[in-house]
Write a protein that binds this ligand. Structure first.
Ligand SMILES: CC(C)(COP(=O)(O)OP(=O)(O)OC[C@H]1O[C@@H](n2cnc3c(N)ncnc32)[C@H](O)[C@@H]1OP(=O)(O)O)[C@@H](O)C(=O)NCCC(=O)NCCS
Length: 184
């Protein structure tokens, strides 16, 4: 087991560990917690949550759950483009745990891991221009704005611009506090 923090987590503080098939009920609860989770995947039942996890566990992804008492309340994932040593980073958090800074800390921690032990040189992410919480997460986790993709997404009938970011292996590391991370 590798950890990025020598300090063990307080039992009520979040940590990061790889997602598992038995996280399906927690994933379903997170997707049911807010309507904007629908854009993260088609999770509407225990079966679709299990399928969502199976797809992430089988594909070119590394996905960490943000956990409290080993229950998943959020996730930070990286979809890996190995030939280019690039990764697309994404995140979500159960609405009941928003605004605690946990997604920001988790995104910074997972990005650090990806650019060191994970062997990647570049991480990318993008968010709708009308998602200021995601913008705050991206910037505070050390991602540098790179551009704007015009009318990239179709959201409830409207075409919406997307802001894009990158974090390179030799970019300055962010100063936000990290979370304990467990990786096998
Ligand atoms: C985006 C999301 C992951 C943020 O999760 P979170 O746990 O609340 O994030 P954090 O608490 O780490 O940080 C949120 C930041 O956004 C800020 N924020 C939240 N709502 C905001 C708003 N309406 N306007 C401006 N800033 C806002 C918070 O103040 C905080 O910034 P701060 O730490 O500088 O105060 C969460 O809203 C989510 O899961 N949304 C649905 C899925 C999604 O949109 N994922 C991202 C796809 S690109």
């Amino acid at each position: 087991m590798n950890t990025t923090s020598a300090r063990p987590p307080h039992p009520d503080e979040p940590g990061l560990r790889p997602i598992r098939p038995d996280d399906a009920a927690d994933v379903l609860a997170a997707f049911a917690s807010a309507t904007d989770m629908a854009r993260q995947g088609g999770v509407t039942s225990l079966d679709t949550a299990a399928h969502y996890l199976a797809t992430l566990l089988d594909g070119p992804h590394v996905v960490f759950g943000v956990t409290v008492h080993d229950r998943v309340v959020g996730a930070v994932g990286i979809s890996i483009d190995q030939p280019n040593r690039n990764g697309w980073l994404w995140y979500w958090m159960h609405a009941g745990f928003h605004g605690r800074g946990w997604t920001t800390r988790a995104a910074a921690t997972v990005a650090d891991w990806a650019l060191t032990d994970g062997g990647l040189d570049r991480l990318e992410l993008g968010h709708r221009v009308n998602n200021p919480a995601s913008e705050s997460v991206a910037r505070t986790a050390g991602f540098v704005p790179e551009g704007l993709e015009r009318r990239k997404l179709l959201v409830e009938g409207d075409r919406v611009d997307v802001l894009t970011y990158g974090r390179l292996v030799d970019d300055p590391w962010p100063t936000v506090a990290r979370l304990p991370l467990e990786h096998r």
